[in-house]
Design a protein around this ligand. Structure first.
Ligand code: FE2
Length: 198
């Protein structure tokens, strides 16, 4: 169960609308390393984690990624505020206008729709936590690309906050990977009851 708090995790502001930049930011909404991918990946993987602390971490970070998806939605929405069809055409994003107007849709920067192929769940905690660490690094790098692509200090502030959270998540997943590896090495229980003894 989730309880919705009617505020953003961090303020989302822009100095002025910028459709061209919105077209880039949408990648963190529905792209491979975006916030939808992150939230669904972690909230799904939590079920096959072997310890309560690992389940809790995946749930916590997956939930926070949903809040980040909300921030990206707010950012894109503000960047296209008041834009007319000509503005979308000038930004090379007329496909967005024709199919979605000012509505949001999960695509990457090239218009490729979100797919479950972006996420994985092997059911093996080592494989899954390692994937999560890589995912955080890819999200971190994408935010660095976006920060470099705008001169708007307010948009940069929003993106820097999200960048910082990816760095923290990477550290948390790294700590959990060590913890789970220790647990597996010391546990007398067979993993999930079906792992053959070596
Ligand atoms: Fe993250």
């Amino acid at each position: 169960m989730w309880i919705y708090e009617k505020k953003l995790e961090h303020p989302v502001r822009v100095s002025c609308p910028d459709v061209k930049f919105a077209k880039m930011v949408i990648s963190q909404y529905g792209g491979p390393d975006g916030e939808l991918s992150a939230s669904l990946r972690y909230i799904n993987q939590r079920y096959s984690m072997p310890t309560d602390t690992a389940k809790a971490l995946l749930t916590d970070i997956g939930t926070e990624e949903m809040a980040h998806m909300e921030m990206i939605a707010a950012l894109v929405y503000k960047l296209v505020d008041g834009a007319c069809p000509e503005d979308f055409k000038a930004a090379g994003w007329e496909g967005q206008w024709v199919q979605h107007d000012h509505g949001l849709f999960w695509t990457d920067v090239n218009g490729v729709p979100w797919t479950a192929k972006y996420i994985a769940c092997l059911g093996d905690p080592i494989a899954d936590l390692t994937e999560d660490m890589a995912a955080e690094q890819k999200a971190r790098a994408t935010y660095e690309h976006l920060i470099a692509a705008t001169d708007d200090p307010l948009a940069k502030d929003t993106l820097r906050f999200l960048w910082q959270r990816e760095v923290v998540h990477f550290q948390r997943f790294g700590e959990m990977l060590n913890e789970v590896q220790d647990w597996m090495a010391n546990s007398k229980h067979m993993w999930m009851g079906h792992r053959p003894e070596k």
